[in-house]
Write a protein that binds this ligand. Structure first.
Ligand SMILES: Cc1ncc(COP(=O)(O)O)c(C=O)c1O
Length: 449
């Protein structure tokens, strides 16, 4: 957000947005009615904050392949992909068959089932940092448990996270840190700032149990960690006996062995989630055997890691089928390449029309930003005052509702993922819709971004 933008009113932009919002309201009466009905039992009609957007979210009736159908009968291409958990789309036959077969044999067995150890074996074989793994119900839980394991192993309490990092609903360290966060003590690094972050590590090392980092900021807009920054963290952790944890809840889809394999930097522990349950609820944390061994219940000094649904039959069966028979190394590499090509194409469109928008990310996760110039740290895109924040929110709303109108469902914050069922023609819908958006609104955006 440049200074010129924040020193003026945003009335032209507000007018544009009002037009697009009015069209959205007119096109979606059933979703509006569903939203209004939901506001009685659910605060704001919502049970997962990120799914709310103004003026009201679409309610979906059905998903099929990479398509969504909303209550008003629109068909949209699903470029949100359930914030990356929807890697397999909505009707992958191999996963559907695995779920059906598992259902037939009972789902709350109260003991180990015939899927979990094989899924664990598959995950250990894929991720170089994982000798042993435990399952959880969500990525949030996986991170909480990985931090607990690091504290146990080191006898230290503090954890370094990055300003702008997101590790779950109670582990959110954005510009405005969540009041729902669990207690620290937290120490903050600055993403991709080697000098500042290594100085903090050197100062705090004696009390640091872990450094927890996303190798690409997912919620933070697709900013990628630079290899030299991760290498600095790796070296510092080795020197000071700090546990380096990569949160690959989103980025593990970037290759068969996650983004860590693509980058060649291997952490001590890795947390996983999202698509690895085949589209069902899932989380996992794993690492070197010496960090995981205290979870062995046969040991006299074992720690108890509870969770009624840790090995729930449906997630285990769906995850196993997905990992072994759908998300092959080759398909993940192809999807990564498709994402790189899409990102380059979107950036070329913005440049060709001289509109100050850039798309960040890596592989099949992309993030739109209304800004020219390099973006290396989350702070580079944080609004500097309330008006700048309002303009930024309006720009994202304009993009979001315009793309929905063109049949492309993305996240309000400009977040996009690709999924395996997408063919070239499906992916091509996004650049076409984006170009129409640039043509219609580009001049107004240029005044504000
Ligand atoms: C990087 C990262 N870590 C952790 C989480 C939390 O996962 P869950 O929503 O399954 O708790 C997310 C969710 O978006 C995430 O993006």
């Amino acid at each position: 957000m440049n200074e010129m933008a924040s020193s003026r009113s945003n009335s032209a932009l507000e007018e544009r947005l009002a037009e697009v919002e009015a069209a959205y309201v007119a096109a979606n009466p059933s979703s509006l009615a569903a939203h209004l009905a939901a506001t009685r039992p659910l605060p704001g009609g919502n049970t997962r904050s990120i799914l709310h957007f103004s003026p009201f979210p679409l309610t979906f009736a059905k998903g099929e392949g990479c398509r969504l159908h909303d209550l008003d009968g629109h068909e949209l291409t699903d470029f949100l992909g359930e914030y990356s958990a929807g890697l397999f789309g909505h009707s992958e036959p191999v996963i559907e068959a695995a779920i059906t077969e598992a259902l037939a044999d009972g789902i709350v067995l109260g003991g180990p089932n015939r899927y979990e150890a094989t899924l664990a074996e598959t995950i250990c074989a894929r991720f170089p940092s994982i000798d042993q793994v435990r399952f959880t119900n969500s990525g949030t839980e996986a991170n909480l448990l990985a931090l607990a394991a690091a504290r146990l192993a080191t006898g230290r309490q503090a954890v370094m996270v990055m300003e702008g990092g997101y590790h779950g609903g109670v582990l959110y360290f954005g510009q405005h840190k969540s009041p729902l966060n669990v207690a620290g003590p937290w120490v903050f690094g600055i993403y991709n700032d080697i000098e500042a972050t290594s100085a903090v590590i050197e100062r705090e090392a004696h009390g640091l149990a872990a450094i927890l980092i996303e190798p690409m900021l997912g919620a933070g807009g697709g900013i990628c960690a630079e290899p030299a920054f991760l290498a600095m963290l790796r070296g510092s952790c080795d020197r000071h006996g700090i546990v380096l944890i990569f949160d690959e809840v989103m980025t593990s889809r970037m290759s068969h062995g996650g983004l860590q394999t693509r980058l060649g930097i291997i952490p001590d522990m890795t947390t996983l989630g999202k698509y690895l349950g085949g589209g069902l609820s899932f989380g996992a944390f794993g690492g070197k055997a010496k960090l995981m061994e205290r979870f062995d219940p046969r040991r006299p000094d074992a720690v108890s890691h509870a969770g009624t649904f840790n090995n729930n039959v449906l997630s285990m069966a769906a995850g196993l089928a997905a990992a072994t028979r759908v998300s092959t190394a080759e398909r993940l590499d192809d999807l990564w390449a498709a994402g790189e090509e899409l990102r380059a194409g979107l950036n070329a469109l913005a440049q060709a029309r001289d509109v100050p928008i850039q798309v960040l990310g890596t592989g099949s996760i992309l993030g739109f930003h209304f800004q020219r110039g390099p973006i290396r740290r989350p702070q580079d895109v944080w609004p500097t005052d309330p008006l700048a924040a309002r303009i930024q929110a309006d720009l994202y709303a304009l993009l979001h509702l315009s793309l929905i109108e063109s049949g492309c469902y993305i996240a309000r914050r400009g977040y996009v993922t690709l999924s395996l069922p997408m063919g070239d023609a499906d992916i091509a819908r996004l650049p076409a819709a984006f170009d129409a958006f640039l043509e219609r609104h580009g001049p107004v955006i240029a005044d504000y971004a």
